[in-house]
Structures are given as structure tokens and as C-alpha cells.
Design a protein around this ligand. Structure first.
Ligand SMILES: [Zn+2]
Length: 366
């Protein structure tokens, strides 16, 4: 390797040492091929736990665009099965007029949801991250899996698509085409319908967490039940997903879609984050009585490892700071004020950006 003539010894010694170190690590990795995979996954795990932007962007790209992401997900699944052999939470099913919703506890804090039309014994599953666990529930219920509704590409939501497809060859996989969803057979656009048995779902395009994130609204009208929203990583109990692939304006528009739904709509999010999220909400709205009451209830539930879903959209509007972007209380808590010339939507996007930034610093979670 040639170095420029005017480079001083101390200047070229740094790249030389760096190159030598890299070659040494590479040799060790090549010498121990099995160890190499573990080293990469361990490194990815460590970086994924950080939120400093440049490091996180590298890890996020590796996670979403390379096989390392899949290996990382498989490792997380193995670890979760060891740590929580009976699941991270105990969940109860809800059945109204023959439509049954079963939250399935998977990985370390995810939920998949099995939705069954009991009259025809056909089922749909939302985000089947762990195919083995979902398959066990399908067998227990004795139902036929007709469709997978995938909210987005992250492995902890889409990782089980292909495994279930192998077991159920006629199973359709729905999602947005821009999100590179494994096994996708039926690409969806905003407000498309998916009908299985007596179950009617409307897909809503809600980018921000990822470019092609979708949420699914099960219409309760046909059976006289409240509607149910499967919100993936857009909205959680008292929280919202991180804005990995969209601006605050994009995310705000997606959150507005959720706010526009009827207050009775049941919310079934993709993760069990209720306790952490309500603690963060206390930081920004310490005097919110609805939040305090919900927190007491959540502590009781989590004390027994019980699932905290579903809440309702009406409830969320009372304590979820990400659905309260318009409130004066939140503006004051964040020290933000609308400028005289500032557009209301742009101002709300600024509020969301600041709120999300504070949450990212508060807890380093997805
Ligand atoms: Zn996600």
C-alpha cells in the first residue's frame, strides 16, 4: 500500500495500525468461522441497544437489509423461548358474537393476534413473529389459517410469515409492497379491504415507523361488536413507535388517522410497553388523572404478568401524549408555543418531534 510522500510517520502509523488490527480481527474470524457469526450478531445486538444516531443508522440498515437482521431475530426468538417458556404475558381472549380475538405472547414483549370467525372456523393472524407459537394456538383452536395481516417489515412482526406459509399453503400474506414484507402475496394500498369469513378488515396506510407501515381495522358493525384496531408499531398503550423511516409530519398524519377513529374502537398494539409508556407520560403530564388511574390498573395487571390490551381509542386520547399533541397542557410541559405565522399542522409536527425526542432519550426501546 502506498502513502502520500508528505505524510508524516505519525500520520501513516494510524491507518497502518488500524489496517493491521482489522486484518487481525478478520483472520481470527476466518479461523473460527462459527465464532464469526456470533461476533457479528453480538455486535449488532450491542449497537441496536444504543440510540446515538450514526451507530444506530448502521445497525438499523444491517437489521432491515441484510441477513444479519434475520439471524439477530432468530437469536432473539431463541432467547425469549428460554426466558419465557409460557410467554412473557398471560392473555385472555375476547369473543363477541362469534368473533374471537386471541392475543398471543411472542418474543420478549411482542403480541401476535389470532382473529377467528367461530361460525366457519377460519382465522386471520396479525404479525405472526413466532410461527411455532402461533401454530400451537391454531391447532388448539382447530381453525384454518386463511390470511396473515402484516403491519410492517421488522422481523419481530414479519419473521414468521414464511414459516406459516409452509404449513398453510393457501394462506395469503397481506401488507404494503413498499415495506419488503417476507412472503407477501397480496399488496395493499390505503383503505383496501380484506374479507375472511364474516370478518371485514380495512387496511390503513400509516407510514412513519417504516415507509410502508399499515394498520388493520376490524369492522365490528357486521357482528354488533366494537371495531378493533391492530396498530402494530404505530400506537401502543400510552405510546407510539419510533420514526425510523419518516418525518414528524408523516408520523403525525398517521397518528391523526388513529385519532379519527371512533372512541369505542378497541386498540390491540404490537408490544407490551404499557408500564414504561405510562411512566414517561407522567414526566410530561404529571397532573393527568386519567393517566394516573390507568397506571394503577396497569401495575396490577403487570404484577400478575397479565396482558394490558385492549384499551380503547377514547381512553388513549385521555392519557397517551402522542394522541394529545394538540393540547395546551402538553405544549406548556414541553415549553413550546405556536409562532404567530406558524401553520397549526406544522406546529403539531414540531411538538411531536420534541415529544418523540424526549421519549427516545427517556427509554432506549423501539
Ligand atoms: Zn417495528
Amino acid at each position: 500500500m502506498l502513502f502520500p510522500r508528505n505524510m508524516a510517520a505519525s500520520d501513516w502509523s494510524i491507518p497502518l495500525i488500524a489496517t493491521a488490527s482489522f486484518c487481525t480481527v478478520l483472520c481470527i474470524c476466518l479461523r473460527f468461522r462459527r465464532t464469526r457469526r456470533t461476533i457479528w450478531i453480538t455486535l449488532l445486538s450491542k449497537i441496536m441497544a444504543r440510540t446515538e444516531k450514526p451507530l444506530f443508522r448502521i445497525a438499523y440498515t444491517l437489521y432491515t437489509r441484510t441477513r444479519l437482521g434475520y439471524m439477530y431475530y432468530k437469536r432473539q426468538m431463541r432467547k425469549a423461548r428460554e426466558q419465557f417458556p409460557a410467554g412473557h404475558s398471560r392473555a385472555q381472549s375476547v369473543e363477541v358474537n362469534g368473533i374471537k380475538i386471541i392475543p398471543i405472547s411472542v418474543l420478549s414483549d411482542n403480541y401476535s393476534y389470532l382473529v377467528i370467525d367461530t361460525a366457519s372456523s377460519v382465522a386471520v393472524v396479525v404479525d405472526p413473529a413466532d410461527p411455532q407459537t402461533v401454530q400451537a394456538v391454531l391447532e388448539e383452536e382447530g381453525v384454518m389459517l386463511e390470511a396473515i395481516l402484516c403491519t410492517h417489515k421488522h422481523w419481530d412482526h414479519s419473521g414468521g410469515n414464511k414459516g406459516l406459509q409452509k404449513l398453510h399453503s393457501s394462506c395469503r400474506v397481506y401488507g404494503n409492497a413498499t415495506d419488503n414484507i417476507p412472503g407477501l402475496t397480496h399488496p395493499l394500498s390505503d383503505k383496501d379491504s380484506v374479507d375472511v369469513g364474516r370478518m371485514h378488515f380495512k387496511a390503513l396506510f400509516t407510514p412513519g415507523h417504516t415507509v410502508g407501515h399499515m394498520i388493520y381495522l376490524l369492522d365490528g358493525g357486521a357482528t354488533g361488536a366494537p371495531s378493533s384496531l391492530f396498530s402494530g408499531d404505530l400506537v401502543f398503550l400510552s405510546g407510539c413507535g419510533r420514526m425510523f423511516e419518516g418525518s414528524a409530519s408523516t408520523m403525525l398524519s398517521s397518528l391523526d388517522t388513529v385519532s379519527s377513529l371512533s372512541d369505542e374502537t378497541l386498540l390491540w398494539p404490537g408490544h407490551e410497553y404499557a408500564e414504561d409508556n405510562l411512566m414517561f407520560a407522567a414526566e410530561v403530564e404529571p397532573c393527568n388523572a386519567a393517566r394516573e388511574n390507568k397506571y394503577e390498573w396497569v401495575l396490577q395487571q403487570r404484577g400478575q404478568k397479565l396482558c394490558t390490551s385492549p384499551s380503547t381509542i377514547g381512553e388513549e386520547k385521555e392519557y397517551n401524549p402522542f394522541l394529545r399533541i394538540h393540547t395546551t397542557e402538553l405544549h406548556q410541559a414541553l415549553g413550546l408555543q405556536q409562532d404567530s405565522e406558524e401553520d397549526w399542522t406544522l406546529f403539531r409536527a414540531r411538538v411531536l418531534e420534541e415529544l418523540r425526542r424526549r421519549k427516545d432519550v427517556y427509554k432506549r426501546r423501539f
